[in-house]
Design a protein around this ligand. Structure first.
Ligand SMILES: [Cu+2]
Length: 703
């Protein structure tokens, strides 16, 4: 997180914010104040920003493999833990595909129908350079995104300052005791001021984690990442190419009925940027992502009888293209652009013991989206503003299901009915955004008003077979799609202020989000519990006689969050983050599902010369505002204590170490799922406990 007002203000509160950084706080500021909307290239010396938060991993004591855990330390953010590599970002109570998450700026569809691979699955922490979090909402130029935006930027070899070719190495390794996990990885390459080339590699592996009371079965993980990237600069133009291959091996997902056997992902991206004149810039990207996935219910966890064994294959392909023209003028900067996203998806459920048993719960889904936007960034007197409008045309088509001869009557009937139905949907969405702020010395007031939308996913619309696939809700319910879903509309209102002096900072934000046609599971019919429809019969056969169907309801979210800190006497400083979020249905008296409880994080840091040590407390309130509609269980509150520190051993060599959960406290994160793995030390149906006491060591070498 960084923030700072213009000019020679003391230190990058960059260093001071929740980053709990090892950088000397309140040191001289030598970075020029940049445009608040410019993306960050280099982490140190961050430009001023009113609308983006910047999270730098090397300054964060996050040693889990999942980058979602890093984002969760930001104000208003939280981690939804569905497995070691399956963490979703929650932001101000919204999660799933409501939050626009990208890796290296690239958007793509997850492979798993239960989001075993949320977008940040493809951003291993050991390769993350930094993460950009749009404050409040994401600009329309980044594509449709309802409830905020996150971009994980992976390490890359950048252009050098001089014409001569010089090498770059940025590698790291870490060990964590609670699951005996380790990660090694990084980048290496060469660059000059006109060419750059780099390769990346990472390997991560961990066992089942320990908690006070035993081991959580089926929570180990393994993941391999390989990649290469290159760039070329010629006069006014710049070209970039990147490719990554990620192979996730057997990895547990206790809140789901199955575990990951593999995710194989290929990521391609080409980018070009040309300064046509000094006022006219053209930027374009082409991207392609292919994800192949297998999950099953018998390899990592105790196997059910042969007839109930399932292996499910899921594929997702995404092709993207975008083009944007920026026009600078005395009246600010206009950006006009268009983007295209073409996706295909397939989910095929099989029984490994019976080749005649197979069915495609999502069969040859083709989705397309064509969007256009106009954005203006400039000043109206003393008020700085970013205004945006975008329109998107969405389409989704589903092929008729394929069903093997060994599949029972019920699902066959549903498949026949779905095949005979209208499997083609299209609609148009409109987004409008306005972000305003004023630079008043030590104080920066902020205001956001926006209307944002989300088109329901193919799963929510066309999954004709009742299954527990719910893009990772993990509430134990069986869901069925609804072809009549309308586009979700969210009105966002936010008011906040960034206060910063040489001694203190605080950045509180009040928000209210009103959602019309919020997509949520609702009772399948009026006679709940009476199994009188084919859907209910199939669901009952699979253990849930009260399935839910995706429906449009009305909801609202509101709350307040902030980060804050103060320089204390001597070499001490204090940093904190606090978040309060409330989510409610407006159509009935119920709470929204999986809303993070109020929580506060407080760190006290002692800054030495080239080293620092931080004692941190994390207090989490009980959560009793639970969703009856999702059979959500309440959780109790708890306080955790962590201790960590870092030291610059040599120029470019940094060592960090620490202890998490020092007092080995048993706790249950409200956003963790319920265990579905038999034979674990975690009882069936019980919320997954948080990790026990754990030590870590991390080294980073950067030249
Ligand atoms: Cu899966």
């Amino acid at each position: 997180m960084n923030f700072r007002s213009a000019g020679a203000r003391a230190a990058s509160l960059a260093a001071l914010s929740i980053a709990l950084s090892a950088t000397p706080a309140f040191a001289a500021d030598d970075a020029g104040a940049g445009d608040p909307l410019t993306d960050i290239i280099i982490v140190t010396g961050t430009p001023q920003r009113a609308t983006i938060e910047d999270i730098d991993p090397k300054e964060q004591p996050v040693v889990t493999p999942d980058a979602a855990g890093l984002v969760a330390r930001a104000p208003g953010a939280a981690l939804i833990d569905n497995g070691a590599l399956s963490g979703q970002v929650q932001y101000r109570g919204s999660f799933g595909d409501r939050v626009l998450v990208r890796v290296n700026g690239q958007r793509f569809g997850s492979g798993g129908p239960n989001w075993m691979d949320p977008p940040l699955h493809y951003a291993p922490m050991v390769l993350v350079d930094h993460i950009e979090l749009d404050r409040g909402i994401s600009p329309v130029s980044k594509g449709p995104g309802e409830a905020g935006g996150v971009n994980a930027v992976l390490k890359q070899v950048g252009f050098a300052d001089s014409a001569s070719v010089s090498p770059t190495v940025d590698v790291g390794a870490l060990y964590r005791s609670v699951d005996d996990s380790y990660a090694v990885g990084g980048i290496a390459g060469v660059s000059s001021d006109t060419v750059r080339f780099g390769v990346m590699a990472a390997w991560e592996e961990g066992d089942d984690y320990r908690f006070p009371g035993g081991r959580a079965a089926s929570t180990g993980f393994e993941r391999l990442t390989l990649g290469a990237h290159a760039g070329l600069k010629t006069g006014p133009g710049e070209l970039s190419v990147e490719y990554r291959r990620q192979e996730t091996g057997p990895t547990g997902n206790p809140p789901f009925p199955m575990d990951i056997q593999y995710f194989n992902g290929d990521f391609f991206r080409i980018g070009a940027k040309v300064d046509l004149t000094d006022k006219l810039t053209l930027e374009s990207h082409l991207g392609y992502v292919a994800i192949r996935h297998l999950m099953d219910n018998y390899t990592l966890r105790p196997s059910p009888p042969a007839m109930n064994q399932r292996a499910t294959f899921a594929d997702a392909d995404t092709t993207t293209a975008d083009l944007a023209l920026s026009i600078g003028s005395g009246m600010g900067t206009w950006t006009l652009g268009g983007d295209v996203e073409l996706g295909s998806k397939q989910v095929r459920i099989t029984n490994p013991n019976n080749t005649a048993f197979y069915l495609t719960s999502l069969n040859r889904i083709a989705s397309d989206r064509y969007g256009a936007f106009l954005q203006w960034r400039g000043a109206m007197g003393p008020v700085e503003a970013e205004l945006g409008a975008r329109v998107d045309r969405h389409g989704i088509r589903a092929a008729a299901p394929e069903v093997g001869s060994a599949v029972p009557m019920g699902p066959r009937m549903l498949a026949t009915m779905f095949a005979a139905s209208d499997r083609n949907w299209s609609d148009t969405s409109y987004d409008l955004t306005g972000r305003f702020w004023m630079e008043l010395g030590a104080v920066r007031p902020r205001l956001t008003i926006a209307r944002k939308t989300r088109a329901p996913s193919p799963l929510e619309r066309f999954s004709w077979l009742p299954t527990s696939a719910s893009a990772g809700l993990a509430d134990g319910n069986i869901y069925v799609g609804n072809p009549n879903l309308k586009i979700e509309k969210m009105w966002v209102f936010e008011a906040g202020v960034d206060v910063e002096t040489d001694m203190v900072y605080a950045r509180p934000t009040l928000f209210y989000r009103r959602v019309d046609d919020f997509v949520q599971g609702v009772p399948f019919d009026a006679t709940v519990g009476v199994v009188d429809t084919p859907v209910e019969m199939v669901a009952a056969m699979n253990g849930d006689a009260t399935p839910l169907i995706w429906g449009n309801v009305d909801a609202e979210l509101y709350g307040v969050d902030l980060d804050f800190g103060a320089k204390l006497p001597g070499p001490l400083r204090m940093d904190g983050v606090a978040s309060y979020t409330r989510g409610k249905r407006r159509d009935i008296a119920d709470n929204l599902y999986r809303i993070a409880p109020p929580n506060i994080r407080l760190g006290l840091t002692y800054e030495g010369q080239g080293w620092s040590i931080t004692a941190e407390g994390h207090g989490v309130s009980k959560q009793t505002k639970v969703a009856a509609s999702n059979d959500e269980q309440a959780t109790g509150g708890y306080v955790l204590a962590n201790l960590y520190g870092g030291i610059d051993l040599l120029d470019g060599v940094r060592l960090d170490a620490g202890v998490e959960n020092i007092f080995d406290r048993y706790y249950e994160e409200h956003l963790a799922g319920y265990n579905r793995v038999a034979g674990s030390d975690v009882p069936l149906g019980s919320r997954m406990p948080g990790t026990g006491r754990s030590g870590f060591v991390r080294v980073r070498v950067k030249y």
